[in-house]
Write a protein that binds this ligand. Structure first.
Ligand SMILES: [Zn+2]
Ligand SMILES: [Zn+2]
Length: 167
């Protein structure tokens, strides 16, 4: 969404409230968004210094990193920037600034970029997820598979070596 900064620049108000749904256009590999991201925040003018403070709340669907079960997660991204008008900064590439063109601030693009950077990279159905067996692919959360039985318990490996040496 493009936010019209005119009321805050013209002095009609000191504070603009934001509450709008952002539809993610970028591709997040392996992740889908069942509903738009909720963007909540304020833009405050303090004697010409314009500060934006927002939070993007989202729900996403993906699969567990270990067992591949479908999971639904939530994520909140805090987003704080200083807003500057186009042409007023010497270097407009500065990361801590958002640049408003013709008094209009496009928040969706920088917010989506921040989401891509900070998006959770670890997704588990539970911290205790046992994952899939690397040999047979069985979901070990549902119970042990028969592969483990064939392998020698590492705690007993020393004993097995000792016994084979003495035979
Ligand atoms: Zn899992
Ligand atoms: Zn197995």
């Amino acid at each position: 969404m493009k936010i019209d900064l005119s009321p805050i620049l013209g002095g009609e108000t000191d504070e603009l409230k934001l509450d709008y749904p952002l539809t993610i256009q970028e591709d997040f590999p392996g992740v889908t968004f069942p509903k738009p991201v909720r963007v909540l925040g304020t833009i405050i003018n303090r004697a010409g210094y314009i500060a934006l403070s927002a939070v993007a709340d989202l729900t996403y669907e993906t699969v567990c990193d270990r067992c591949l079960a479908p999971i639904t997660k939530t994520f909140s991204l805090p987003f704080q920037k200083t807003v500057a008008l186009s042409g007023t900064l010497e270097n407009e590439d500065r990361d801590d600034y958002l640049i408003a063109e013709d008094r209009m601030l496009d928040l969706d693009e920088p917010l989506t970029e921040a989401l891509i950077l900070d998006f959770p990279t670890k997704n588990l159905c539970s911290e205790e997820c046992k994952g899939l067996c690397q040999h047979c692919g069985k979901d070990l959360n549902e119970g042990p598979c028969s592969c483990n039985k064939k392998e020698i318990d590492p705690r007993l490996a020393g004993l097995a070596k000792f016994l084979s040496k003495n035979n």
